[in-house]
Design a protein around this ligand. Structure first.
Ligand code: SAM
Length: 413
């Protein structure tokens, strides 16, 4: 017979599973016999209309999935919690529960409402929830949660971000911050679009370079969210492609592969998430265009080297004393180029945000364009008129993304 704290924990899992509101269960602090096993991530999965629990065993170098019925899953938890695993973290649409064992074997439970639960539920907590935790504690807890990537992930070691003991290598701390911020932004977009509920998610990363973010996105979706994930990195330089494929095979990751190619000529199909981070100049336009054409749910890019628009721009004479400083002209060209990209995304069915991706302290390439596909059609005439007016104002003849979109609508031209 399980202890009352465990009984309650299992009941919460069963309730969430039956209500199809279980987001994930993570079993960690493994102290069993298998030296390679790090943790298990569990999520609900539907196979041929049967709702099961998918257990993703995360080993140091590879992952194995086992699908269990609810009854078998609870039996497994009864057997392994407190012996093999000293920590269990459950997140459902309503609850977040942390169950852990102290050194003396005492069970500690920290339970509160999921902070992303609908507003009505959150309000209810304030008045009726008996074990609501104090605000300071909640804030501290939320702060902890904001670390989106765990330092112990094997790919970080392989890519030279962490030491063998899991510590961040000091010279890689900027990259580490960038990876975390990137996953934080992506995780919200994944939540908004609901793509983690799909049977498989396909991600394309254009201009993948050394692939820090490519491995991070693969790891986040497959290991952390338990989603069947396929990631394709596209990169001009063959040397980097070979290196990244070697890293993937060393880590036994079959869902990630790198191809040599130019984003300008790459034909992609059925992409759910299109990423292009720091792809040079109009490579960003080609990547966005590909994302739109294949109907990607999420398009994420951090543009760099804005060369196309600057020579075309004619600004009002009044601004000449301001714009004769080259840096201002560059900033203006960048703003107009990316502003038009965002409007073109809006006109093509995407809710779009432009924001600081990571502060200048960490990298000078700090702008993010994040576009999420709208669920319903919207009249785009006003946005198209805005685009035309801005182009006329600045005397812009051609914007690469607009040209590509127009060519794909009228292939004969
Ligand atoms: C600045 S790196 C960024 C790498 C990675 N996305 C990141 O953010 O860490 C840009 C990469 O894009 C690649 N690249 C540039 N133009 C490209 C194109 N047209 N097609 C494919 N890759 C391209 C470069 O070779 C380079 O490795």
């Amino acid at each position: 017979m399980a202890l009352p704290e465990l009984e309650q924990f299992f009941t919460q899992i069963q309730t969430a599973f039956n209500a199809q509101s279980l987001q994930r269960l993570v079993l960690s602090k493994y102290q069993g016999d298998d030296a390679e096993l790090e943790r298990i991530t569990v999520r609900s999965i539907k196979i041929k209309d049967e709702l099961l629990l998918s257990f993703l065993y995360e080993y140091r170098t590879n992952h194995i999935t086992k699908n269990l019925t609810l009854a078998n899953a609870i039996r497994f938890l009864e057997h392994s919690l407190g012996t093999d695993f000293k920590n269990a973290h459950m997140l459902s649409d309503e609850w977040e529960i942390q169950l852990s064992y102290s050194k003396k074997g005492k069970i500690l439970v920290n339970k509160h409402r999921n902070k992303n639960a609908p507003a009505t539920q959150a309000k209810q907590t304030e008045t009726t929830e008996p074990d609501a935790i104090p605000k300071e504690k909640l804030l501290a807890h939320n702060k902890e949660k904001h670390r989106f990537v765990e330092q112990s992930r094997p790919y970080l070691r392989e890519l030279g971000i962490t030491e063998a003991n899991g510590q961040i290598i000091p010279t890689m701390s900027r990259k580490w911050k960038q990876i975390n911020k990137f996953i934080e932004v992506l995780s919200k977009a994944i939540e908004n679009t609901g793509i983690a509920k799909r049977n498989e998610v396909h991600i394309a990363d254009f201009g993948s370079g050394k692939a820090y973010l490519t491995f991070a996105v693969h790891d986040y979706l497959s290991a952390q969210l338990g989603v069947n994930t396929r990631v394709t990195g596209v990169e001009l330089r063959q040397g980097l492609v070979d290196l990244c494929n070697q890293t993937a095979s060393k880590l036994c990751l079959t869902g990630i592969q790198f191809e040599q190619g130019d984003v300008k000529h790459f034909a992609a199909k059925n992409i759910n998430v299109m990423i292009a981070l720091h792809a040079c100049d109009t490579a960003t336009d080609y990547a966005i265009h590909m994302g739109i054409r294949t109907g990607a749910d999420i398009i994420m890019c951090s543009p760099c080297c804005h060369k196309q628009i600057r020579p075309q721009m004619k600004s009002p004479a009044l601004l000449a004393p301001v714009l004769h400083h080259g840096i201002h002209l560059g900033q203006e060209a960048e703003m107009v180029t990316d502003g038009l990209r965002a409007l073109l995304l809006e006109a093509n069915g995407y809710d779009t945000q432009v924001f600081e991706f990571i502060s200048l302290e960490h990298t000078s390439k700090n702008k993010m364009i994040l576009a999420q596909k709208r669920k319903s059609e919207q009249d785009n005439r006003e946005v198209l008129a805005q685009i035309a007016a801005i182009k006329t104002f600045y005397g812009i003849e051609q914007h690469c993304l607009e040209t590509l979109l127009s060519e794909s609508r009228n292939p004969a031209n």
